[in-house]
Write a protein that binds this ligand. Structure first.
Ligand code: ADP
Ligand code: MG
Length: 231
């Protein structure tokens, strides 16, 4: 929709990738992780990024989250009014690897981004408790990360992102360490949160059971991205 000829930011893609390439290293050791990707994510979209290990899924998510600059092409965020880097609450990333801070308990880990974004302690704790409850983690609020299983830590990382109420949720294999029941629950919570927030979600996965629950998919093979709807 346009108002007085000016496109409404709400109708713009959240992320737009134009001929994006990303190469790690240089010379003989260079690895082309993403090759000439042109694609976009729209507001409210539910997208699976599917591909084998090493195909470039994490790199794509980090590019979309503004955590990694492309080495060629351009990543833009028209629907977010510019790069989300340094602007909390726009893009939330659930990292593939361990990302909780060891000295902080679960509640403190989830509340931390809210405090860093300028929230007061009480409001941060309330929002963190709500996100943890949605993931069935209330009983673990005072556990330390070292006391959690891999799957529990992964769910805390999801809660930490949802508590910030982002417009775009990038979840990098968020169910990789979970059994089917817990994996389904995490996807239920991500979809419910996306719908409540009006957020888009991008889930990197190699599990077809997970990708079938998202309407759109990008297939990544050896750094090459093919976009399309899931059959
Ligand atoms: P996926 O998430 O699909 O497993 P990645 O995006 O992690 O794929 O990796 C894509 C390619 O880039 C792989 O060949 C990987 O080894 C390489 N790669 C990823 N991160 C780095 C890095 N920091 N330095 C060098 N190579 C990397
Ligand atoms: Mg990965």
């Amino acid at each position: 929709m346009s108002v007085h000829g000016i496109d409404n930011q709400e109708d713009q893609p959240l992320v737009q990738l134009d001929a994006v390439g990303c190469t790690y290293g240089a010379g003989e050791r260079a690895v082309v992780a993403v090759h000439d990707a042109t694609a976009r994510v729209l507001a409210g979209e539910h997208l699976a990024v599917i591909g084998p290990s090493g195909s470039g899924k994490s790199t794509l998510l980090h590019l979309m989250a503004g955590l990694l600059p492309p080495t060629s092409g351009e990543v833009t965020w028209p629907g977010l009014g510019g790069s989300p880097a340094g602007r909390p609450g726009l893009v939330g990333t659930v990292f593939q690897g361990p990302s909780l801070l060891p000295p902080l308990d679960v509640l403190e880990n989830v509340a931390l981004p809210l405090l860093l974004a300028g929230g007061d302690q009480q409001a941060a704790n309330t929002d963190a408790e709500r996100a943890l409850a949605a993931l069935g983690l209330t009983s673990l609020e005072h556990a330390l990360p070292e006391e959690l299983s891999g799957g529990q830590a992964q769910r805390v990382a999801v809660a930490r992102v949802l508590a910030t109420r982002p417009r775009l949720i990038c979840a990098d294999e968020p169910t990789g360490q979970l059994d089917r029941h817990n994996a389904d629950h995490v996807v239920d919570v991500l979809l419910a949160a996306a719908s409540e927030l009006g957020a888009a979600i991008v889930v990197a996965t190699h599990d077809p059971h997970i990708s079938r629950r998202l309407e759109h998919s990008w297939q990544v093979d050896d750094g090459r991205v093919r976009t399309g709807a899931l059959a």
